[in-house]
Design a protein around this ligand. Structure first.
Ligand code: SF4
Length: 511
């Protein structure tokens, strides 16, 4: 058997990003040096003299990935405080469900509420009770146990409980091993979530539930089998992102339907019936190199379904995405014709905005892959200048996007940082006309008086041709009037001393 691309599937607990990849959240320089460092394994040692907290714990991102799956119960196995963010999950998932035409429902979640008694004696009994209670009370399709810091420190054998209780409950039961202390990189949650699917969730159709096996004696069986295989041969799975909303899903489906391909968008905002068919496709498409490699490599190993990774953001990347996928299905010429047609339309549509945007200076900040790919949209499609590309964290999965950045924009400064004090200093020092910013960080540049636009927003459109148009329109609209942020900035005081703004924003980075 050929070597597995995903070597971790047999392990009870998935590796963290820092264990399986080169990763950093402390870098300033050019993309070519970042790439060299990534390839020569020298990223891990990068550090700062001063850290100002960090981004969210991987458990929260695990909640964001699992909660939108329909008919799910989340069990937070840990002290009740770990669940403080769960109160807002129903709002965000219901907004996503409503926008996709799904029925909004409260997210059912429980906490095992580990107290000092369980921290001493173990929390396994409480977890077993919570699983059985969840199954009887809510009758869900899925139960996701979120294994937090405390049970991992005291040594609860969560995988053994999953294995035992799976024989008792009717729901599909799995555990997301996501203790915050194990990883400083929130992206470890991507692997933790997919590991939970791989280990215990059914990823194949079930006879007599999903299909009736063909009877070879039936004269129509050959015809029916060929029909099914033909459909499967032209079916694509597009993997969801938390930063992607229904407009993006619809746009990518529209483009691929233009090549007569069938499209499934999953696993978020999908359900058990759809997830079982994840193995029944001809190609798995990941929209972000840093998000899905754990899962699509497993699907390649297990079901021999090939994968393609690429983010269709901006005209160049969208053309490449479309043509590469088209080529996979022998439809390269058709994909090129479709790209020509769509580009002509969108270039006409954005022409009035380009006049307003030309030469404006943009700071791009957010996910590393998205920020690197976005540089082409901002500079090549819209004629704007790039002040810098800031990624919150980087790992070696992001190399392809930084290779493109190095090829096309070798002089653009690259920063890998989630430190607010560095970000605020950069905005003050470089004075961009506009900051294209991660949705969680919009307030800081706005309070400094900088015009700010989200790098992603699940209510907006960013991918494909619709995305190019919507981003251009959004930027032009934001630049029309900056009086609100200018006024706000007069009344906001940041906690930093004046002397900090006189220093190099990267003064605390160690070489
Ligand atoms: S870091 Fe650990 S204790 Fe804190 S919220 Fe995350 S899982 Fe809970």
């Amino acid at each position: 058997m050929s070597e597995l691309e995903n070597k971790y599937v047999e392990k009870a607990i998935p590796p963290t990003r820092e264990e399986r990849l080169e990763a950093t959240d402390a870098y300033h320089g050019c993309s070519c040096d970042l790439l060299e460092c990534s390839r020569n394994c020298c990223l891990k040692g990068r550090d700062r003299d001063f850290w100002q907290g960090s981004s969210a714990c991987q458990m929260f991102l695990s909640v964001m990935m699992s909660a939108p799956i329909e008919n799910t119960v989340l069990i937070m196995h840990g002290p009740v405080g770990c669940g403080h963010q769960l109160h807002m999950v129903t709002n965000s998932t219901n907004a996503g469900k409503t926008a996709r035409g799904l029925v909004p429902k409260p997210v059912n979640w429980l906490s095992t509420n580990l107290s000092t008694t369980e921290i001493v004696n173990g929390g396994e009994k409480k977890l077993r009770e919570a699983i059985e209670y969840a199954d009887k009370t809510f009758r869900p399709e899925f139960i996701f146990v979120l294994s937090t810091c405390a049970p991992n420190i005291i040594g609860d054998d969560v995988e053994k409980i999953i294995s035992d209780e799976s024989k008792v409950v009717s729901a599909q039961l799995t555990a997301i091993h996501c203790p915050g202390f194990r990883s400083k990189y929130v992206s470890s949650a991507y692997d933790a979530f997919y590991h939970a699917l791989i280990r215990h969730i059914k990823l194949e159709p079930i006879a007599y539930k999903d299909y009736v096996p063909l009877n070879p004696a039936d004269p129509a069986s050959g015809f029916l089998a060929a029909g099914y295989e033909y459909k499967k041969k032209y079916t694509v799975n597009v993997m969801t992102l938390e930063s992607m909303g229904p407009q993006d899903e619809n746009e990518l489906t529209r483009i691929l339907n233009g090549l007569n391909l069938n499209v499934n968008v999953l696993p978020e905002y999908s359900n058990a019936d759809k997830i079982r068919f994840v193995s029944e496709s001809a190609l798995n498409v990941s929209l972000c190199w840093m998000h899905d490699d754990y899962f699509v490599k497993y699907l390649k190993d297990k079901y021999d379904v090939p994968y393609y990774m690429g983010m269709p953001l901006g005209l160049k990347a969208t053309r490449k995405w479309l043509v590469d996928i088209g080529e996979h299905f022998g439809l390269k010429a058709e994909a090129e014709r479709l790209a020509d047609y769509e580009e002509k339309l969108v270039l006409e549509a954005i022409a009035p905005f380009k006049e307003k945007l030309k030469g404006k200076r943009v700071m791009i900040s957010g996910g590393a892959v998205r920020s690197a790919v976005e540089a082409s949209l901002i500079h090549d499609d819209l004629g704007m200048e790039i002040v810098s590309v800031i990624g919150l964290l980087y790992d070696s999965n992001a190399e392809p996007s930084f290779e493109e950045l190095t090829k096309d924009h070798p002089d653009v400064p690259v920063v890998i940082s989630d430190q607010p004090y560095e970000f605020v200093n950069q905005v003050k020092t470089y004075k961009p006309d506009i900051v294209l910013c991660h949705a969680n960080g919009l307030s800081e540049p706005a309070k400094l008086g900088a015009v700010t636009v989200p790098e992603f927003d699940v209510g907006g459109a960013y991918f494909g041709y619709n995305g190019v148009f919507q981003v251009a329109r959004q930027l032009a609209f934001a630049l029309e009037n900056d009086s609100y942020v200018k006024e706000v900035s007069k009344h906001v005081k940041f906690p930093y001393k004046k002397s900090w703004y006189e220093k190099d924003p990267f003064a605390y980075l160690k070489d």
